[in-house]
Design a protein around this ligand. Structure first.
Ligand code: NZQ
Ligand code: ZN
Length: 385
């Protein structure tokens, strides 16, 4: 196991009715920016609960944060915060609203062009406004991590930043608020959380028994509870398990002290930037092909994954590895997420395009061994046609 420092400062309020906890989290004299998306929180009653919990506090609202939050949508909110001396941000919605809020929190005290925060992946962030969140879509883990992914459609970019300054101070996770999600978004959430665990687990053995077995548990829970919650959206218990699994998938525990991959995400973000495909769907396209391409360097972990996650214990090693990759593809397909470009009507040119964009960014060797070159990435994407 590698050395690590683990500190996750986000207080989680989990369960029914927990939106009320906001009243004790945000100081009574705070000036609050409430950040929201396109309106789902008005339709499902979450907004009313949040306003009730905020009581007499001064609240400014900024709506319209879209899926894959856009830099240009967020900038006016940074201005608003500065003008009104806002000193707390409350993000209410899915990962996009939370990620957008993180950029706002970092940008308000930032001297200079906030796009620089994305260009240096957060290295220049020194402070941020305090952030609270009410998460309504289990998927990204943004509710309990220091990461944010921001798109800028005007220049076809999608970049991320990571900073300890933007961990939420608190997050409310009430599974009941997620019951209004359309099936497609529930499936996206399952698929995204699944891939987050895979990126931190399916590399090479690092004598990290706790991290491995925790990762395998989260994967098994997603495989068992995901279909249940898709089949019956009113099954609170299944949804609660999905919500907590998605948080545990990317709150730092699974990935502490172990090698990590993240190539599927790095490639997937380029596909979203170019074609606007939902984040989780890009992962479903890339992951099976990538695992096949990396089956030699990932062999030991693929065999472990085959046995402990999919129960594959017979056949030759090659057959077990192939079986685990096939099960992974089948899992995405079974929750309604196609795993081939053809299903999204994306032409084969995407393969060299993505490879060139990553090369231009200096990403000439990604993955846990730094062995995924632009040429190999192109081959992986051609294989996913
Ligand atoms: O905008 P509204 O009206 O709220 O509708 C949203 C949106 O259209 C809707 N929705 C959310 N909660 C709902 C609901 N509809 C009905 N009932 C509810 N309870 O769902 C749609 C999608 O929301 P979005 O926030 O975009 O989805 P998600 O949570 O999957 O976030 C995706 C973004 O997160 C980034 C992705 O790249 C993408 O930009 N990621 C962030 C990460 C992080 N911060 O750690 C890691 C991830 O790997 C990921 O990259
Ligand atoms: Zn993701």
């Amino acid at each position: 196991m590698d050395n690590f420092t683990f500190h996750n400062p986000t207080r989680i309020h989990f369960g029914r009715g927990q939106i009320a906890a906001i009243a004790n989290e945000i100081p009574a004299d705070a000036k609050v920016l409430l950040l929201a998306g396109g309106g789902s929180i008005k339709a499902n009653g979450v907004y009313d609960q949040v306003i009730a919990a905020l009581g007499e506090r001064t609240v400014h609202e900024h709506w319209g944060v879209e899926a894959n939050p856009d830099f240009d949508t967020l900038l006016p909110a940074v201005e608003l915060c500065r003008q009104e001396s806002v000193d707390w941000v409350l993000a209410v919605g899915g990962g996009s609203v939370l990620d957008g809020a993180k950029l706002i929190c970092a940008a308000v005290p930032y001297a200079g062009d906030p796009w620089q925060i994305l260009l240096d992946n957060g290295a220049s962030v020194k402070s941020a406004l305090p952030l609270g969140t009410v998460l309504t879509l289990p998927a990204t883990g943004s509710e309990a991590n220091g990461a944010s992914v921001i798109s800028r459609r005007a220049i076809k970019e999608k970049l991320h930043f990571i900073s300890p300054s933007v961990y939420p101070v608190f997050s409310v996770l009430d599974p009941a608020t997620t019951l209004s999600l359309p099936e497609r978004q529930v499936a996206n959430g399952i698929g995204d959380a699944f891939c987050h665990v895979i990126e931190q687990y399916l590399t090479y053995p690092a004598h990290a028994a706790v991290q491995d077995q925790f990762a395998e548990s989260v994967l098994r829970v997603l495989i068992a509870e995901g279909p249940k919650t898709l089949a019956d959206r009113n099954d609170y218990d299944a949804r609660a398990n999905l919500v907590w699994a998605a948080t545990c998938a990317l709150n730092g525990l699974v990935g502490a002290g172990v090698p990590q991959d993240w190539a599927t995400h790095t490639i997937g973000h380029e596909i979203t930037a170019l074609h606007g495909i939902d984040h989780a769907r890009t992962l479903a396209i890339v992951l099976p092909s990538l695992l096949s391409a990396q089956k030699d360097t990932k062999r030991a972990k693929l065999l472990q994954y085959a046995e402990r996650v999919w129960g594959i214990t017979t056949g030759t090693e090659d057959e077990r590895v192939a079986g685990a990759i096939a099960q992974t593809r089948e899992f995405y397909e079974s929750i309604g997420i196609p795993t081939r470009f053809a299903a999204y009507e994306v032409a084969a040119e995407v393969a060299p395009q993505v490879a060139q964009r990553l090369a231009a960014r200096g990403l000439t060797g990604i993955g846990e061994h730094g062995d995924l070159t632009p040429e190999r990435i192109e081959a992986i994407l051609r294989d996913a046609a």
